[in-house]
Design a protein around this ligand. Structure first.
Ligand code: GLV
Length: 322
């Protein structure tokens, strides 16, 4: 009987796909991510054939060593930066992701952050709840109109392109973008203008939205020097990975009026926040929920278990990233 380990409870539909196949499924009973030590210990208990991991699990050589029988680590996430993919490759272990699971939803969430900031939704909601509204006032909560403004997209994969589509067709914005290679489709469909350097996007955009994977080359892609290149009136949105932005530098930029505001779903030191971030009124934060609809979670659950089943049945998983 195939043995599968799941590092944290996911929706039953995914688990059922595995038990319907007659596999033995063990799930971390704790309602929190396992520590690295706990993960190693859990995987050492049985000769597991497959492991379903979450983006909060750090999968490195020690974890692979703890589970030499596993043929696949199926990551329940779009990103795979939490897994040492080179180490998996060396060992002939598959690593898969859930690319369809929630990509369009992440784009919608990026828009929720853009609108929350430029319409000042969170600050004014708090104002209302505190009973401060004493009648219509032309002098309060001036936001920023989006039509005709420039959106800068950094990373134009599936999510970045979805954000672009909504910018042009939904809000009448213009587009500049940076990617490691030109995206002619984006240029053709949305009139996006390619910037061969990320700095050009930062200098020209009124809103900058980040959609790159976390790689050694994208870690702190947005640092103090680059924040200083942005317009003082501009907003930075990050729904990719926290480590792409130097969060301490961002706090200081937000405090000192280097940029107007930031919308963040991901954080460099998750679940901790950089010192001072939570005190700033020009930042809107959500707890890494950009892909968090029930539909997306269902798709992620069934996609990750489909990849496991494909490997257990002797095939190649459809979302292999190794
Ligand atoms: C979420 O951040 C994901 O990678 O799916």
């Amino acid at each position: 009987m195939k043995k599968i380990y799941i590092t944290r409870k996911i929706l039953d539909a995914g688990i059922k796909m595995l038990t319907d196949k007659g596999y033995e499924v063990d799930i971390n009973p704790k309602d929190r991510p396992l520590t690295h030590k706990e993960l190693v210990k859990a995987l050492s208990k049985k000769p597991y054939d497959a492991v379903l991991t979450l983006l909060t699990d750090q999968v490195d050589a020690q974890v692979f060593d703890a589970c030499p029988t596993a043929k696949i680590f199926a990551n329940y996430a779009i990103g795979t930066n939490n897994i040492d993919v080179n180490e998996a490759k060396k060992r002939g272990v598959y690593v898969t992701n859930t690319p369809g699971g929630g990509a369009d939803r992440v784009a919608e969430h990026a828009w929720a952050l853009i609108l929350a900031l430029t319409c000042r939704v969170v600050e004014s909601d708090e104002y209302m709840r505190r009973g401060k509204f004493n009648g219509w006032n032309p002098m309060i909560f001036h936001g920023m109109k989006l039509a005709g403004k420039m959106l800068g997209i950094i990373g134009t994969g599936r999510i970045g392109a979805d954000v672009a589509h909504r910018a042009v067709n939904g809000f009448g914005m213009k587009l500049v973008y940076y990617d490691v290679k030109r995206n002619e489709e984006l240029e053709k469909s949305f009139g996006a203008v390619f910037c061969p350097a990320v700095d050009e996007v930062l200098k020209n955009a009124d809103v900058v939205s980040i959609h790159v994977p976390l790689l050694p080359t994208t870690q702190h892609l947005i640092n103090a020097e680059r924040l200083a290149m942005m317009k003082k009136s501009a907003y930075l949105i990050n729904t990719s990975r926290g480590q792409v932005v130097d969060e301490n530098a961002l706090v200081s930029a937000l405090k000192n009026g280097v940029i107007a505001g930031a919308g963040l779903d991901v954080f460099e030191f998750e679940p901790k926040l950089a010192k001072g971030l939570a005190k700033l009124s020009n930042v809107v934060m959500t707890p890494h929920i950009a892909s968090g609809t029930l539909e997306a979670r269902l798709e992620m659950a069934t996609l990750s278990t489909t990849n496991i089943i494909q490997v257990m049945e002797g095939g190649v998983p459809q979302n292999n990233v190794v």
